[in-house]
Structure formats: C-alpha cells, structure tokens
Design a protein around this ligand. Structure first.
Ligand SMILES: Cc1ncc(C[n+]2csc(CCOP(=O)(O)OP(=O)(O)O)c2C)c(N)n1
Length: 576
C-alpha cells in the first residue's frame, strides 16, 4: 500500500475526492499541508488576501457548480476569519468543507500561540465538525466530510487538524475509501408515495393554486422537474430570493419574486391562493411577514429534504420529506396517470385575476424613471440584463438595495446563475463569490452587483483577481450611503440618518487601477449602455464600474411589518 505523510494524505484525499480548487491562506499550523500542496499538481490553490474571502469563494464555486467548495486556513485568527463565511454557507445550505490547522495535539487546551477551539466556535453554524486525532484517520474523515456536506440538506463541514498529525516526516498506509458508513445519518432518497398521492388530490381540487419554489430546487437540481410540473399544471410560479432561476424568470407563468421585496402580483397571488405548493423553501420571515396572517385561505403542501424545515414556522397540511427532484418526478407521473384535474374554468378565472394584479401595477416591478438626469439603480440592472442576456452570465451580489434591485430586474432563466447571501445577508460576499464562479467558468460573463458599503468589506480581493486573471465585472451602484439602512431610516425613523452616510469614499477608479484593473466612473444616464457594453467587451480585464445612482431611491414593494403577505408599501406614498 502507498505510504504518505498526514499532510500528503490531506492533499491526496482532496484530489481523490475530485477537488479542483482550494481557496486558502497559509500559517504555522498548516505549513506541512502547504508543503504537500507545493509537491503536487492535481489541485490548484488560490491564495486569497483574507480568509473570509476564501470561504465566500468556496461558497460561490459551490453555488455555481453544485459541487462542495473547499477552504484551507490556519489555526487561531485564520480559523476565526472564516466564521462569517461558514455561517453564510450554513444559512443557505451550501456544501462546503473547511480545513483548519490546529496547534499540536499535546498543546490543545494550553492557550498556545494561535490556538482557538475551532470545533467549539463553529459548532452552531456547521452541519458537522471533526477534530482529527490520528493521521491514519485522515482519508476517512475527509471522505465523511464531503459526504455530509453534499448529501441530505447540504451544509458546511469543518475538519480541524492538529499540526503534529500532518508531520511530513512520518508516513502511514494510504487508501481513499470508496464509501462511508455513518450510523444515524440516513438522508431520504425518495418521498412517501401516499403523501404525494394526497398532494396530487389537493392539487386536483384547487381553484387558485400557486407554486412557491425556493433555493431547495436549485440545490436539489430539480429545476427541470419544477418547470415540467408547473407547465403541465399551468399554474403561476413565484420564486424566493434564493430560488431565482429555479424556474425561468422570463416565462409567462412566472409572477416574480415574492416576500418582503416581492412583486405586488406574487404577494397578492400568495395571499389569495387556496393551495400553495411549497417546494424547497423554509417559510422564511422575509417571505411570510406575520405568520399568523399568512395565506389565510390556503392549504399547504410542503416538499423538503429536511424534516426539521417542515411546519417549522407555518404548519403544512401535506408534508413530503424527500429530495425535490425525486418527489416531483413521482408527482408528475401520478398526475400523468390521473390527469391534472384542475377545473379549466376556475384556472382561467385565476389567471385573469393574476393578470389584473400584474396590469394594475403596470408590470411586475414598475418604477419611476425620473427626469432622466440622474441614473436610477433599476435602470442600471435593466441595462446589465440588456448587455448580458443571451450570454451565459452569472450574477453575484452583496447585500443591500442593490441586491434587491438585481433580484427584481434581472430575469434569471437558469438555475445556479444568481448567487447571493439570502439567509445571513453577508455584506462582503459578492466579490469573492464572483471569483469562485469565474475560476470554474472562465468563458462565462461573471458580474458582481454591489454597493460602495459592501464592496469595501472584501475589496482586498481585487489583488487576488489580478494574480489569477479573474476578469469579472463589478457593478458598483454607488449611492454614497448604506442605502438599505437609509431606506429603513426614511421609513421608520423620520430620515434620521444615524451613521449611514459615507462621508469619505475612495476614488474607485484609481483604486481599481492601483490594483491593476480598469476603472470606469459613470454618472451620465446617456453613457450607461455604451460604457457597460465596453466593460463587457473587455473580456480579459477586470472592470470596476463605479455608477453614481440616485441616493434617494427606495426598493419597492416592501411588505409592511406585522401585516400579511400582501400588505405592502408600493412607493414612498402608496400602500395597499
Ligand atoms: C456584514 C454586514 N454588516 C451589516 C449589515 C447590515 N446592512 C444590511 S444592508 C446594509 C447597507 C448596504 O450598503 P451598500 O453595500 O452600500 O448597499 P446599498 O444598500 O446602498 O445598495 C447594511 C449595513 C450586513 N447585512 N452585513
């Protein structure tokens, strides 16, 4: 049998697992592993400038490819710098493996230099964690970590490895296991047929059905099944922020995103529905508004891989635990056998109502274009779509108004193309996530929609972009303020802008240039389209577009706190 050191086993196990990229940053506790990385070619290591960015890169890679992302960090501050990234992945159920160095086994608990209890600190935000005790265990632990990260409801897994265990002078038998056994971890492989039958019966009796589909459809690779089912039934579909692209955004059955900043049409449809087919969603508070007023007339079918998600905030009438693709396959087969059953007359009248809601507002997300002298953020996203549509484009975002504008105005027709931190809402996510995507899809367009607040949270990664030729496009919707905070301050604190105005901002053009990239500043609405076309034509350059937008713009609709789904502000002066 092949003999390898602990450090070499770590790297070989990752290669045998099929890992292509590791995003990392070295340190004392990891030097053996870095030496092993130096002596191999199977895996490409990307040297980030901050460990938080390593986790977001791994996360962006995972969201775009569907495969687990891998981050490698040293003990102590290296490990703690990953916490926000791990929590971001945990909240959105993203498969990720984080390998952290640890002080030598004999010194654990002695407050040694750069010692931190990584397993303890990360426990509430991981799917599982391992502290490796013997070098011989490394292959099996890594196999288990990947298995756990990507099966069932995916999530991040930490593998903490003390330095002595990776010692390059000691060798052990190496064999990467083909399978793993984990007692008491048996994620479901199919849904309960009887429950699916009950769901089909409810669908067949419905008069005002809506499909409410979330990130679970994308994670569960079930977009095809969702689209087939929705089109077979001819019912309206809404997506959560995490589910965008799970159903084609430009299809006529799509009524827009729902929830806090969802479309008038989607929120009305949900509120008045008599049946909600909830697929891979978690009835998040940013969707439901006050749960006691949630969809009063609706029966609820809830499909999810994670039994803990079912009836967590809103009780389900028909719960179905199982992988979304398999459950929908069975559901489609049953419907094909029995017919959709939905009465045509009732469905026609429901569609008439849906169209009325749509027309009443003049579209899904109408906005006031103003006098044409100042750029509106909505217009920037519409132009971004005009310039990139038809190409295979991935859009990442940070967190704030720009994120919501991107979600509302960029129709995503395919899954895995819209990449944002929905659950934790992590500013600083967008740039490194875009880098993880661009590495895996170098020929695709990758744009990061951001704000001047968020981009500064991981701006140092512009340096990594130059080193690895990550020629993404940064669309900075610069409103000179923490826009989403100011929106809330306008709406709830009589415009008392407590610490939400950025009195000093860098010259982003010079900043981009100093990192070796192209910077563009755009303030004139007439220049927007041509500037954006130019930026996207520079395929081998990173372009930072600093776009000056109307600082007084708000994101609408906005659900009214404690109301029902369809209680919304529709503009600064109108409410439902
Ligand atoms: C790490 C982090 N800190 C604070 C917040 C709270 N927060 C949410 S949106 C926002 C403002 C974002 O400003 P910017 O990036 O400029 O985007 P804009 O809203 O102006 O489009 C803040 C501070 C957060 N989501 N993440």
């Amino acid at each position: 049998m092949e003999q390898l050191s602990g450090a070499d086993m770590v790297v070989r196990s990752l290669a045998d697992e099929g890992v292509e990229y590791i995003y990392g940053y070295p340190g004392g506790a990891l030097l053996h592993v870095y030496d092993a990385l130096f002596r191999q070619e199977a895996i490409t290591h990307i040297l980030v400038r901050h460990e938080q960015a390593a986790t977001h890169m791994a996360d962006g890679y995972a969201r775009a490819t569907g495969k687990p992302g891998v981050a490698l960090v040293t003990s102590g501050p290296g490990a703690t710098n990953t916490i926000t990234g791990i929590a971001t992945a945990y909240m959105d159920s993203i498969p990720m493996v984080i390998i952290s160095g640890q002080v030598p086994s004999a010194f654990i608990g002695s407050d040694m230099f750069q010692e931190v209890d990584m397993v303890g600190i990360s426990r509430p935000i991981v799917k599982h964690s391992f502290l490796v005790k013997r070098a011989e265990d490394i292959p099996e632990v890594i196999k288990k970590a990947f298995y756990l990260a990507q099966t069932g409801r995916p999530g991040p897994v930490v593998v903490d490895i003390p330095k002595d265990i990776t010692d390059i002078s000691k060798k052990y038998d190496y064999q990467y296991p083909e399978t793993v056994q984990l007692r008491s971890y048996n994620p479901p492989t199919k849904g309960h047929k009887g429950q699916i039958r009950k769901a089909v019966e409810l669908i067949q009796q419905a008069k005002k059905p809506v499909i409410y589909a979330g990130g679970g459809v994308i994670l569960g690779k079930a977009s095809e099944q969702l689209t087939a089912l929705a089109q077979k039934l001819n019912v309206p579909v809404t997506n959560t922020l995490m589910g965008l692209g799970g159903y084609p955004g430009s299809d006529k059955q799509f009524v827009g995103m729902l929830g806090m900043h969802g479309s008038y049409c989607a929120n009305q449809a949900m509120h008045h529905a008599d049946l909600i087919l909830a697929i891979g969603v978690r009835f998040d508070d940013r969707v439901t508004n006050n749960t006691s007023k949630f969809c009063p007339e609706a029966k609820i079918i809830h499909i999810d891989i994670d039994p803990a998600s079912i009836s967590k905030t809103v009780p389900a009438d028909v719960p179905i635990v199982g992988p979304v693709d398999a459950v929908l396959d069975t559901m489609i087969r049953q419907i094909e056998e029995t017919g959709t059953g939905i009465g045509q007359e009732a469905l026609d009248s429901w569609w008439r109502q849906i169209h009325e809601w749509r027309e009443e507002r003049g579209g899904l997300f109408p906005y006031d274009p103003g006098d044409g002298k100042i750029l509106k953020p909505q217009q920037v996203i519409e132009t971004l779509y005009e310039v990139t549509k038809g190409q295979d484009t991935y859009i990442t975002s940070d967190v704030g108004q720009h994120q919501m504008f991107a979600a509302q105005y960029y129709p995503f027709d395919k899954p895995n193309r819209w990449i944002n931190s929905g659950g934790l809402g992590t500013m600083g996510f967008g740039l490194p996530a875009a880098m993880g995507v661009k590495l895996s899809f170098p020929d695709s367009q990758v744009a990061c929609v951001t704000g001047e607040g968020s981009i500064q949270m991981n701006i140092q990664e512009l340096s990594t972009c130059l080193q690895y030729d990550l020629n993404i496009k940064i669309i900075n919707l610069n409103n000179q303020s923490l826009g989403m905070i100011q929106q809330w301050q306008d709406m709830q604190y009589r415009s008392r802008y407590a610490h939400s105005y950025m009195e000093s901002l860098p010259d982003f053009v010079k900043l981009a240039e100093s990192y070796g990239h192209v910077g563009m500043k755009i303030a004139d609405p007439a220049m927007l389209q041509s500037a954006m076309e130019e930026a996207f034509s520079l395929k081998d350059r990173l372009v930072f577009m600093d776009i000056q937008v109307d600082p007084s713009e708000h994101v609408y609709p906005m659900q009214i706190k404690d109301g029902h789904m369809a209680d919304m502000w529709l503009s600064k002066t109108e409410r439902t």
